[in-house]
Design a protein around this ligand. Structure first.
Ligand SMILES: Nc1nc2c(c(=O)[nH]1)N[C@H]1C(S)=C(S)[C@@H](COP(=O)(O)O)O[C@H]1N2
Ligand SMILES: [Mo]
Length: 428
């Protein structure tokens, strides 16, 4: 019993000593709102990216605007990066609440604390593995990145919904600034101020342990130590959060948005680098296609059931060539526009009587990679801008960009823009 009061008293003291002007419910609600928006945006853009790569049978995707995926994924990565300063700021504002006394008051209170623990832990894991993935450090993960990232997003959104539902009274109370003011026009400063009744109660209870050995002396010491004046003002705190967020965006968003090109110091990719001025993810050497891609007898095989036709490089070049300007938009957030040229996919499958509104399976010369085979739905196959590209910026593709031939289609994620083509199969 004595120990219980001692622990409670220690928690109480800790909580009290952590009070600061920026640690108040209004700040927590303001940051919570921003964080909530950032999470919902990353969740929705994440779902889009997931399902365009792994569509359910009934799903149809937009092929216009051509930058739809590029912008959606750019927002996903940028908003995800923004979650770092916001989540730490939010944790700062509620930090004293971690030392609540008693730690668990009731079953709803237990639910509230458990859901927020799950939420914080999974969010931190989520944004960390997401960030590592944009730097292609996923080799470090002992789990498949995309499935884990996808599953965690539901844990996060679920625990966020519980958290919001349980906190609704506080959220409603402090939603507008006016409501956060006291009767005499001051901001409600300390969320951490214990209610007077509880304070009395604690004093009464802890009085019993005042002289109980070493802990008693520790409490005496805490009681006598002067209360530190607040270290950070409310305004200073919000300015710090704003500066950190703005800095992160300016220093990384250049990988996704050209406006930030000049300040792209930490983004995982830079524009205009790599062969033919375009970044490369996996080189021909790493994909082990150096030999097969440069073989003089290379052919692109196009099939529709029993009907099969093989095209040599020269035969592909002899077909009507179309020029398109389309972005490569990687799931990792970086993207860049380029000029591509080659025959249209639908004109190629027409040579084996494939309907333009078919689903097509695309296979690369590359073996044993998850990018080696992709499936393209009818909305992309029939599109005029969907090419089997032979040229990039007016020259034959560099081998690292998929020579002899690669897919390029509008509003598709980079992972589905298969390089080093080998076969095209009309499925239905
Ligand atoms: N066969 C094959 N195609 C591939 C890849 C790959 O690893 N193997 N990487 C994909 C990814 S993740 C992206 S973002 C783009 C990158 O294109 P680039 O390397 O030509 O810039 O190609 C895609 N096509
Ligand atoms: Mo990618």
């Amino acid at each position: 019993m004595l120990l219980k009061w001692q622990v409670q008293r220690l928690l109480h003291q800790t909580r009290h000593s952590l009070a600061a002007p920026s640690r108040n419910p209004r700040a927590a609600v303001v940051l919570g709102r921003l964080l909530g928006i950032a999470f919902i945006i990353t969740f929705l853009t994440g779902l889009y990216s997931h399902f365009i790569q792994e569509p359910l049978p009934w799903m149809v995707f937009l092929t216009r605007p051509i930058w739809l995926y590029q912008v959606s994924q750019g927002i996903h990565i940028t908003a995800g990066i923004l979650c770092f300063p916001l989540i730490f700021a939010k944790l700062y504002t509620i930090f004293p609440e971690l030392f609540q006394t008693p730690p668990v008051r009731s079953f709803p209170h237990f639910l509230e604390r458990a859901s927020i623990t799950v939420f914080v832990a999974s969010s931190l894991v989520q944004i960390t593995i997401g960030l590592l993935n944009t730097y292609q450090w996923y080799a470090l993960f002992p789990f498949p990145f995309r499935q884990t990232h996808y599953a965690l997003s539901f844990v996060i959104i679920g625990s966020l919904a519980i958290h919001i539902a349980l906190k609704l009274p506080v959220i409603a109370q402090y939603w507008r600034k006016r409501d956060a003011l006291t009767a005499d026009g001051h901001l409600v400063e300390h969320a951490t101020e214990p209610e007077p009744q509880r304070q009395d109660e604690l004093q009464r209870l802890t009085g019993k342990v005042q002289n109980a050995g070493i802990t008693g002396r520790i409490f005496e010491w805490i009681d006598r130590s002067p209360t530190l004046p607040p270290q950070t003002s409310r305004r200073g705190f919000f300015a710090t959060v704003a500066v950190a967020s703005a800095a992160l965006v300016t220093l990384t968003a250049g990988q996704s948005f050209r406006v930030f090109d000049a300040t792209n110091l930490f983004g995982a990719r830079k524009n205009d680098t790599g062969p033919q001025g375009l970044p490369v993810n996996r080189t021909a050497k790493r994909a082990k296609v150096l030999e097969s891609a440069t073989a003089p007898d290379w052919q692109l095989t196009v099939s529709n059931g029993a009907s099969t036709k093989s095209f040599s490089y020269e035969e592909l070049r002899a077909m009507p060539q179309h020029e398109v300007v389309l972005p490569i938009a990687c799931v990792e957030g970086w993207s860049q526009y380029a000029t591509w040229k080659g025959p249209r996919l639908k004109e190629l499958i027409a040579t084996v009587d494939g309907d333009p509104s078919s689903t097509v399976r695309i296979t690369s010369l590359e073996q044993g990679s998850s990018y080696a085979q992709t499936t393209m739905g009818p909305e992309f196959v029939r599109d005029d801008l969907t090419l089997v590209a032979l040229d990039l910026e007016g020259e034959p593709l560099d081998i690292d960009h998929g020579y002899p031939a690669r897919m390029i289609a509008p509003a598709r994620p980079g992972v589905l823009q298969t390089k080093w083509l080998s076969t095209l199969e009309v499925l239905s």
